[in-house]
Design a protein. Sequence first.
Length: 368
Amino acid sequence: MKYSSKNIKQQKKVAFVQTTHLATDERVYFHQREALIAAGCEVLVVSTYLDTTQMSNNEKMKKIGEELTLFSPDVVICDTPLAVFAAKKVRSSIGSYRIIYDITEWYPSDQHLRGLSLLKKWVKASLLYAANLYAGLFSDGFVFGEYYKSLRFRRLFFWKRHIFTTYYPDLSYFSQVQTKTDFSAWKFLYSGVLSERKGYGRVLSAVKQIAQRHPEKSFVLKVIGNLKDVSLEESALPNLKYEFLDYMPFRSFCEAIADGDIFLDLRVVRKQEYKSLPIKLFYYMVVGGVSVYTDMRGIRKGVPDHADFMTLVDPHKEDLVVLAIERYVTDEAFYLQQSKNGCLAVHEKYNWDRIKGEFVQFIKYEKE
């Protein structure tokens, strides 16, 4: 999308309103916020995420309203219908500003409906669906991170401006890739929720089988996740060790994954998640690792050349998962080529520098 220079305001006050993300959310704080500041904008990030259990929706809207009133923004970027409604309420009292709806989550999501009876699910889903449509109606434009999450809004609000800013990484946060030379030692990496549904158990099982099948090689599984109330695995195999790291700030995470050779994610996906595009895929590509990942429609759509640098698998077929991992461990040329392909792809296509200029223009655009 092209914009006339006369419609680009040289300085803007931009507020991000987050109700389901932390103020330091990597996509907003370290990418979008940084790009806007570099372009001369004054930026505020308001988050009520940590207040979820302590505050009602009305109290959160009041807090958001107070912050926006003090800041007096030109643009407000919202992550949920609640954030949009709060921004709309304030706009009527402090003056005009544009409201941008940043669509990053399914709404309603499976999580919203979990544990409810069939009737209660239907009622709640209908209410949340209607709220989402109202939020779209009240918004002046949309930011989409993924293709499938955009469809409903692009079809219903086809006249409204929108932009795609996929979850590509800023390469400056990552250290230079070191080409692997020691093929007798391998480091696997799993990052995420340590639960069965997210595939943690499947990762443990697959890694153990690889270690058993290749006693001549040494293996380490590095796990990054919330270690609270989790029983940490101990290896009974002489050639397999575990490293456990708790959740950490974004910059530390970028450093922590740098020594990973093979990244594993064997989550069991439901209908919505099947259409999602995981942000971590691109981080793994930056550091030169290859991925063995659950086959998801969102990955196939968002990364059409995925087969050049990762392997998609059915997490239920453990024998095929093990074979996919084993190919990387035993075929040095194949591993090196896929690692190189991933690095080239992320530097040429899947990086934040390539799309941040259009994002800044979209946010700073001023209607005639």
